[in-house]
Design a protein around this ligand. Structure first.
Ligand code: BG6
Length: 472
């Protein structure tokens, strides 16, 4: 469908930007913070930094919020690190850690920026991991208690809440993105962990609604709409399988409180169905998100699986959270010949963004909030302090134009929070892979002075937000 006039962005559209606690804050053990599984990680891809300092946002918080205000952000999506609030996950509260997020939230509110708070972004407390992590039902109770603390502390200040960031990526590609929850969890069925996270999420949603009137909450998976490689019916089934397993499993459970039938059949075929205790499905059904957040970087394209023989001859394809893997017997991941790739091999598909909006909205009829989308690139800081990232402006412009198309298609879009507000450390590709509107002066092997510099995309996004429209 072609719209002759682009739909305007609604008044109050949440133009935002995103970060996550462990990737931006640093101060990993400051003021009583406990160790998370990310802090405990020892294996890093060669040449990439750990998260001990990150962008040192913990010690630059006022300066960073002032930059967000200058940028004109209407919303800022960040995550609270569980280990700042409850250092060992289920024991004593840490007043200094609680105070840090009050300071951040108060700073945002003072500038008229709406906080969008992610409760959990990959950083499980290591002490809980040692006791079985998400493989143990005790972690569900610990998460609910942590939620109670967050709602008690920040409920009067925060309207938009996100439960768990990219639960689907943690389940499908945990090790790849460095989310390793320790020996106590080795060999535990990841879909059992997934089930426990779904129950924890549902309990948190129900609790917020019961205790904080007017607050809104939703899940935040990574959704990549899956195309069939061709109209061959077997390719179409393969795409439908991956859509179910990667995308709809998580949203069907969050919205409808039930397992997607195709995804359940996939788990059964692999011997991975979780134990579902009495009452669990009632808990899932009792929770009702107010909106759906999703992270979008690219679509995927798959074909029917190879026969064992062909597979042995050709080998399988590996990837990461945005480059689909082969799943023998279910689908074969292929490149989409119509799409360019970024410097890290991720396909770039703005039209797929529109398609993803439409598919989600059509299934669930809830308002949608984009909590990540962006371009990782090797930015260059010039001697005069400028960073010319026209490629990022092009990427954002093309994606934002497709949000307009989706709005024209009838999709209810609450806002857009691209990744990332400022440079931060990637999940598995270091800080050389930059996403921010603000350059942070450090490298993977040299902390330098951590000074902040506005990139060209900063001025461009500032103009866009001020006009509530794409600049000419
Ligand atoms: C998402 C995560 O997977 O994508 C973020 O929610 C992550 O934490 C972002 O940083 C970009 O991925 P990467 O691997 O480039 O950091």
């Amino acid at each position: 469908m072609h719209h002759t006039q682009p739909a305007p962005f609604p008044e109050g559209f949440l133009w935002g930007a995103s970060t996550s606690g462990y990737q931006v804050e640093g101060g990993w053990d400051a003021d009583g913070k406990g160790r998370s599984i990310v802090d405990a990680r020892t294996q890093f891809p060669p040449g990439t930094t750990d998260y001990t300092v990150a962008s040192d946002h913990y010690h630059h918080v006022d300066e960073d919020v002032a930059l967000f205000a200058e940028l004109g952000l209407k919303a800022y999506r960040f995550s609270v690190q569980w280990t700042r609030i409850v250092p060992d996950g289920d024991g004593a509260e840490n007043p200094d850690g609680i105070a840090f997020y009050h300071r951040l939230i108060d700073g945002l509110l003072a500038h008229g920026i709406t906080p969008v708070l992610t409760m959990y972004h990959f950083d499980l407390p290591q002490a809980l991991a040692d006791k079985g992590g998400w493989g143990s039902r005790a972690t569900v109770d610990a998460f609910v208690r942590y939620s109670e603390i967050l709602f008690r502390e920040y409920g009067s200040k925060v309207e938009y809440w996100l439960t768990i960031n990219e639960q689907n990526m943690m389940v499908m590609f945990g090790e790849l993105i460095g989310i390793i929850d320790g020996p106590a969890n080795t060999g535990v069925n990841v879909y059992q962990k997934n089930h426990h996270m779904l129950v924890a999420q549902a309990r948190a949603m129900e609790l917020l609604h019961r205790t904080v009137p007017g607050a809104k909450i939703g899940p935040a998976p990574n959704i990549a709409y899956v195309y069939p490689a061709s109209p061959r019916p077997e390719d179409v089934i393969a795409a439908d399988d991956l859509n179910a397993v990667r995308n709809w499993l998580y949203l069907d459970a969050a919205v409808h409180g039930r397992y997607n039938a195709t995804a359940w059949a996939y788990l059964a075929a692999k011997g991975l169905t979780p134990d579902v205790e009495d009452g669990d499905l009632d808990v899932l059904a009792s929770a009702h998100p107010d909106f759906l957040a999703f992270n979008y970087y690219a679509t995927h394209t798959v074909a029917a699986p190879l026969t064992d023989e062909d597979r042995a001859a050709q080998g399988g394809r590996g990837g990461d959270q945005q480059i689909a893997f082969d799943d023998p017997g279910f689908y074969r991941a292929v490149d989409n010949p119509f799409l360019p790739k970024n410097a890290f091999g991720w396909e770039i598909d703005p039209v797929g963004f529109r398609m993803t909006f439409r598919a989600i909205y059509d299934r669930y009829h809830l308002p949608l909030l984009v909590t990540e989308n962006g371009l990782g690139a090797f930015d260059q800081l010039e001697p005069d302090g400028t960073v010319h990232d026209q490629y990022r402006i092009d990427y954002l412009r093309d994606h934002i134009a497709q949000i307009q198309a989706a709005i024209g298609d009838g999709v209810d879009v609450l806002g857009y929070c691209p990744w990332s507000a400022i440079d931060l450390v990637s999940t598995h590709q270091g800080i050389a892979k930059r996403y921010g509107f603000v350059y942070v002066n450090r490298d993977d092997d040299d902390l330098k002075d951590l000074a902040r510099y506005r990139k060209d995309s900063f001025a461009w996004y500032q103009t866009l937000i001020a006009g509530n429209a794409l600049p000419d």
